[in-house]
Design a protein around this ligand. Structure first.
Ligand code: ATP
Length: 515
């Protein structure tokens, strides 16, 4: 069912111009995607919503747009050269490559699925079913849950100890087979660095080796001093940035969930050491409030990290229920002074901040929020896509595909439709209305096909409002406005159209709810 939704979503994205596989005429490039006309609009609206919520709504957050190429020592200092690795394992028979940790997580997921199946079976068997009690007392369920927990703990311990032999031992012990070929003939597990590299033209050898940034955050760290001095911000303050990041993911799959080229929206919040837990709690709550404005609450949850990254002393994910289950959408990390401290040591430049209130100098601590634009895009679309049975023009059942995208994020806000196209006065009037609206938001003018088909086309790309110009318009200067979700139509005066659509689709109404 969920698999089905995911397949439909991918095909919907292609058919309606949201997302195309990159280089499709050459059969695509794995883990890389292009955004089509609708996708480019939705992506830009997501970025605007984030940027305004962070930079415009917080006096103590400023923006930055740093370069993708940076001095190679940055990646040494940040720990990426030595520690930005995933455990790689090859299957000797199928020649396929996998992430060892994901293969092991797959075993945990299998156990979780078994538990869910057992719970569902019991729910059908008993009239008054106490799920909690069942989970706590059913021997089989308890056994599987315990096993899943043990595997999870063993995995976390091996990952944080960088124990590649331990991971290989788990693969053997759990008798994990290649999901495609069924073979258990594995190589040893080894670390694989996820950074892409290239060469600068004017410097030969290792010295000229550059990396495509694997995160936007380091551009913020190395500009901390510049930004603080030029903006005269006092701690606590933040720097926000949106930009491309590149990771040579071992297995790029699940569509735009895991890509090799993607975009991040990151904010580093610089604070006094010792205040990090307070700010960690603050940004945890703030970011969840942002998500709840555009995503259903039931699809969001927090998950604390079990294994902390090399730079963090506390970390959590905001997870979203994608069609393939709850997965990381955003990270909130307390990064201590790891990055600034290392840049200070390796560059020899003083990156301390003099705190005028505390009358002391220190290397600031950092709490960061980091979200992938593409994952947010996937979250919005997967919650929005619906197929429903509705009566057609003749009153018979028909299926409509609708994208219930929050209006403020919708690629097109309004479609202007003359009811017929062979009456010049209707067409002229529709064009006049379209021209009046287009400076304010994305509109589409469409006169082709029967009106019902045009409504369906707009539903499929998530347009929240359709304005129809009909014969009555010529008599009393009114039009109908059709709302996407309810399909209700109302007559309104032509001179109210701009205000009504603008009010209902305005991103600033969402931002008001954040203050
Ligand atoms: P994962 O565990 O899924 O690999 P991560 O913990 O490595 O993610 P971070 O380094 O915390 O991710 O990156 C911050 C955000 O960037 C993630 O929450 C996610 O939204 C996004 N992101 C990371 N890797 C990718 C990717 N390969 N494709 C798309 N988005 C990504």
């Amino acid at each position: 069912m969920q698999d089905d939704l995911f397949k439909r979503l991918i095909s919907h994205c292609k058919v309606y111009g949201f997302i195309y596989p990159s280089s499709e005429v050459y059969d695509g490039l794995s883990g890389v995607y292009d955004y089509g006309p609708m996708g480019a609009e939705l992506k830009s609206n997501i970025k605007e919503f984030w940027w305004k919520a962070m930079v415009q709504m917080n006096e103590n957050i400023v923006g930055l747009d740093s370069a993708i190429f940076m001095h190679p020592k940055i990646w040494k200092a940040s720990g990426h050269v030595d520690a930005f690795n995933d455990p790689l394992v090859d299957n000797k028979d199928s020649k396929k490559r996998y992430r060892a940790d994901q293969l092991i997580e797959g075993e945990i997921e299998k156990l979780e699925k078994k538990i869910e199946k057992e719970v569902e079976k019991a729910r059908k068997r008993f009239d008054s079913f106490d799920e909690d009690l069942f989970r706590r007392t059913n021997e089989r369920v308890m056994g599987w849950a315990k096993r899943a927990e043990e595997i999870g703990q063993q995995l976390a311990a091996a990952l944080s100890a960088n124990d590649m032999a331990g991971l290989k031992g788990m693969i053997d012990e759990l008798e994990i087979a290649d999901p495609e070929s069924g073979s258990r003939n594995w190589t040893e597990v080894r670390q694989f660095n996820l950074m892409f590299s290239t060469q600068m033209s004017n410097v030969a050898g290792e010295e000229g080796k550059l990396y495509l940034r694997p995160e936007t955050a380091q551009g913020i760290f190395v500009n901390f001093d510049n930004v603080q001095k030029t903006t005269r911000q006092k701690i606590p303050f933040g720097i926000a940035q949106i930009g491309k990041a590149f990771r040579n993911e071992i297995v790029a799959r699940q569509f735009i969930f895991r890509m090799r080229e993607f975009e991040q929206m990151e904010m580093q919040f610089f604070i006094r050491p010792g205040t990090e837990m307070e700010w960690y709690a603050h940004w945890k709550a703030k970011r969840m409030a942002w998500h709840r404005l555009v995503s259903p609450e039931a699809k969001l949850r927090f998950k604390d990290h079990e294994a902390l990254a090399h730079y963090a002393n506390a970390a959590l994910d905001i997870e979203f229920e994608f069609p393939f289950g709850f997965k990381e959408l955003e990270g909130v990390h307390s990064r201590t002074d790891f990055d600034l401290g290392n840049h200070q040591s390796l560059s020899g430049k003083n990156l301390q901040y003099f705190d005028p209130e505390e009358k002391e100098s220190y290397v600031p601590y950092v709490v960061e929020t980091s979200i992938g634009v593409d994952r947010m895009f996937l979250a919005v679309l997967s919650a929005a896509l619906e197929e429903e049975v509705v009566p057609d023009a003749k009153g018979e059942d028909s299926t409509r595909t609708v994208l219930r995208i929050p209006p403020a994020l919708a690629p097109v806000k309004c479609a202007v439709l003359p009811i017929v196209r062979n009456k010049p006065e209707l067409v002229d009037k529709a064009r006049e209305i379209f021209n009046r609206l287009k400076p304010y938001f994305q509109c589409q003018y469409d006169e082709k096909d029967a009106i019902g088909r045009r409504y369906r086309r707009q539903d499929a790309v998530g347009t929240p409002y359709c304005i129809t110009i009909d014969f009555e318009t010529m008599e009393n200067d009114t039009v109908t406005i059709r709302e996407r979700d309810s399909m209700q139509q109302e007559r309104i005066p032509v001179d109210r159209v701009l205000d009504i659509v603008r009010e209902k689709t305005d991103i600033h109404r969402l931002l008001e709810q954040l203050s």
